[in-house]
Write a protein that binds this ligand. Structure first.
Ligand code: GLC
Length: 712
């Protein structure tokens, strides 16, 4: 079967045997074709029950490490394939390939679609040199529970922000044409609502109502699909107690019928087989049946389809047209990627002019600089460049700041904090435990002018299967604050973490910067912010709780029938006996070295009709002597509706830059789009009446005014 590119995908399909069609729906790891195939077949994955023919019929590969490997695998595959339909290579390029960008929770902190687009664009340009065609990104799951290990991979707790960032990432990966050599097709994941497992424990049950799904959780996936994402990956969890991987409500009712989407659906790793563990199938034959009936196309690294679909079709238990539909989507993806013209698309054996270039690292540093969040500063920052520093804590000399899913990134090629602050450091100690600091240490710390505490979680405490019940700093690092007290030194705490943490005594520090895991250029970016060459501008995309007991806390909560009102002391209201309701740091919060003043919130009209729109504007003045960037946020509250509505919801944001003493007016258009909500059937509805329009610098610091939606 040659000249594939001259044939329609229907013709190609028609020329395939049933076994070959089913093969297109199998995704395997490449070691079968990189190593001795017999050894691999009868090795650690023997239970897959594969043989050479099935392997040479498979349609796609999971993960590839280099152009050399991709060329080796593709050529070996095509030599042994009757149909000569090339493999498509997929991998997790989530925040970089060799140049590593900040982790997604940090990217979201930038509140800059432009920077998120840049990180995706450069990641794609680098990753395609290895012959990778599809990335399993963006992670569009909303995450609200810091115990969950994969918060680090998400854009945080807010549906609107996650949607904006998902869209920017898809555009960055795909450009306007996935056939370009340096475009990656995007696979949005994990469909759906994987980010809110009960008790924050990865893979655990998700219990959301349909109105939750429609109002918040489904929207970011839809934004990614509307931006052109070509695949969607099913989640490990259940929705309505049905595993997402075989959930026809998600894969047919929502994806195909409601969203009219024809993207490829792919399981997560082995998640199709896992419906046996979920207790909804008793054997692999049933697994295959449920998967194809529900609308799952590609089965990743399990072999229910390969080993059972043919029999099910021959016994008329499954209509072959279901397989044809799935295979056509896979063939169309391969065609649109340009693989029929060039099976080795993108692969570049000498990638030295494309990866880890000075320009890419420069971009990574700029993204990192805007992904940090200044949580506290009593005036000690920025630092004088000649200051004598005591650098203390586990991240003093650690290079493990590239976060999870940076498997091609190297920790060794980039500087640590020790390296970049070399001239200023008179003492450093990477120990986490206060007991490791002696009087001798204290004498040396006394000779410094200032302490930088580089604290945090090891990056392996974040990521898949890495949930925690304790979200404080490991090894009681917060006790290191005693050193600042005993030495009577001012300090800054730099936090390296993949989830919100309970900060305890670290709050005593004079300044705190949330650094997350900022990637290859982490240390240089931090140095530029600490010395004031860059003014921090990040905002929190997820709330930081005061304590674990508040978890999960989210800013866009409902009011309840017995709301607690600050300053009152009613007993029978929704509050704790031992903690405020408010978080330590709220969604959208972040300071600057500049000082921004919001005045004159103005609505162009106080009454709006459904077909109208109004302008909500505010004046912002930079009352400082330094230029700074500010994320101006628009929130809306629907005061009375047919269902209880959140106390506020982010509806738009704009990142502006103001020079010293400069004043500008920022305006947001408010139309019915900002006022509608979804009912339990997923229909857009609205209610006439009172809305509160809020514009401010965070979800708890804003100016507000009232808008009425009135009938024509
Ligand atoms: C993992 C992850 C998913 C990833 C996939 C392939 O289990 O859940 O995010 O894309 O496997 O590596």
């Amino acid at each position: 079967m040659n000249d594939l590119n001259k044939k329609s995908v229907h013709t190609i399909l028609h020329d395939l045997t049933l076994e070959e069609k089913i093969g297109q729906l199998l995704q395997l790891a490449p070691f079968f074709l990189l190593n001795d195939i017999e050894v691999e077949i009868f090795g650690s994955v023997q239970e897959l029950n594969l043989d050479k023919e099935k392997i040479f019929n498979s349609g796609s590969m999971l993960g590839i490490g280099s152009a050399e490997d991709m060329i080796k695998v593709q050529s070996k595959y095509l030599e042994n394939s009757r149909h000569k339909i090339p493999l498509v290579f997929m991998a997790d390029i989530v925040h970089g390939y060799k140049t590593i960008f900040p982790v997604p929770i940090a990217l979201a902190s930038s509140f800059s679609e432009k920077l998120v687009y840049t990180s995706a664009r450069i990641s794609a340009d680098e990753a395609t040199t290895a012959g990778i065609h599809v990335t399993f990104s963006p992670v569009s799951d909303i995450s609200k529970d810091p115990r969950w290990g994969r918060v680090v991979e998400t854009f945080g707790e807010d549906s609107y922000l996650a949607g904006v960032m998902s869209k920017a990432m898809v555009k960055g990966y795909q450009q306007d044409n996935i056939s370009l050599d340096n475009s990656l097709a995007s696979c949005v994941k994990h469909f759906a609502a994987y980010g809110v497992p009960l008790a924050g424990r990865d893979y655990n049950t998700v219990t959301l109502s349909h109105i939750d799904l429609y109002s918040e959780y489904l929207k970011p996936y839809k934004e990614a699909l509307d931006a052109g994402a070509r695949l969607i990956m099913t989640a490990f969890n259940t929705i309505d107690r049905v595993p997402c991987t075989t959930n026809s409500f998600l894969l047919r009712n929502i994806l195909r019928d409601k969203w009219k989407s024809n993207v490829v659906t792919i399981s997560d790793y082995d998640s199709l087989r896992q419906i046996i563990d979920h207790g909804v199938a008793k054997d692999m034959k049933e697994v295959a049946y449920q998967g194809i009936q529900a609308g799952l196309d590609i089965e990743m690294q399990s072999t229910a389809y390969t080993n059972h679909l043919e029999g099910l079709i021959k016994n008329k238990a499954v209509d072959e047209r279901l397989v044809d539909e799935a295979v056509l989507r896979v063939l169309q993806l391969k065609k649109d990627l340009g693989l029929f013209e060039n099976p080795y698309k993108g692969a570049v054996l000498d990638d030295s002019t494309r990866v880890l270039t000075k320009e890419n690292l420069e971009s990574a540093r700029m993204v990192a600089e805007e992904s940090m969040v200044l949580l506290k500063n009593d005036g000690v920052l920025p630092l004088d460049k000649h200051i004598k520093i005591a650098l203390i804590g586990p991240y003093a000399d650690s290079k493990s700041v590239i976060g999870p899913w940076s498997w091609h990134g190297s920790r060794d090629v980039h500087p640590s904090l020790m390296d970049v602050f070399e001239e200023n450091i008179i003492y450093h100690n990477n120990r986490s435990d206060i007991k490791d600091y002696t009087e001798k240490d204290l004498e040396k710390i006394n000779q410094s002018d200032f302490i930088i505490f580089a604290l945090g979680e090891p990056d392996w405490l974040s990521g898949e299967a890495h949930s925690r019940t304790d979200i404080t700093l490991p090894n009681h690092q917060e006790k290191l604050m005693q050193l600042a007290k005993r030495a009577n030194k001012k300090s800054v705490v730099l936090l390296f973490n993949g989830r919100p943490l309970v900060l305890e005594n670290t709050l005593e520090s004079n300044a705190i910067i949330e650094c997350w895991f900022l990637g290859s250029e982490s240390s240089n970016a931090i140095k530029n912010v600490l010395f004031g060459d860059v003014n921090p501008s990040g905002k929190l995309p997820i709330s930081f709780p005061r304590n674990l007991g508040q978890v999960p806390y989210t800013y866009n909560h409902l009011n309840t029938g017995r709301p607690f009102i600050e300053g009152t002391n009613n007993e029978y209201v929704s509050k704790y006996m031992d903690s405020p309701n408010t978080p330590q740091f709220c969604f959208g919060y972040g300071l600057s070295y500049a000082k921004f003043k919001y005045t004159n919130l103005n609505l162009s009209k106080k009454e709006m009709r459904v077909t109208d729109s109004i302008l909500a504007s505010v004046n912002i003045t930079n009352e400082s002597n330094v230029t700074g960037k500010e994320v101006v946020q628009l929130y809306v509250k629907d005061v009375f509706a047919r269902v209880s509505r959140p106390v506020k919801e982010l509806k738009a944001f704009k990142k502006i830059e103001l020079k010293p003493n400069e004043t500008t007016t920022v305006s947001f258009e408010v139309s019915i789009k900002e006022l509608v909500y979804q009912n339990i059937l997923g229909e857009d509805v609205f209610d006439y009446g009172e809305f509160v329009i809020m514009i401010g610098c965070s979800s708890d610091d804003y100016l507000e005014d009232v808008l009425y939606l009135v009938e024509d």
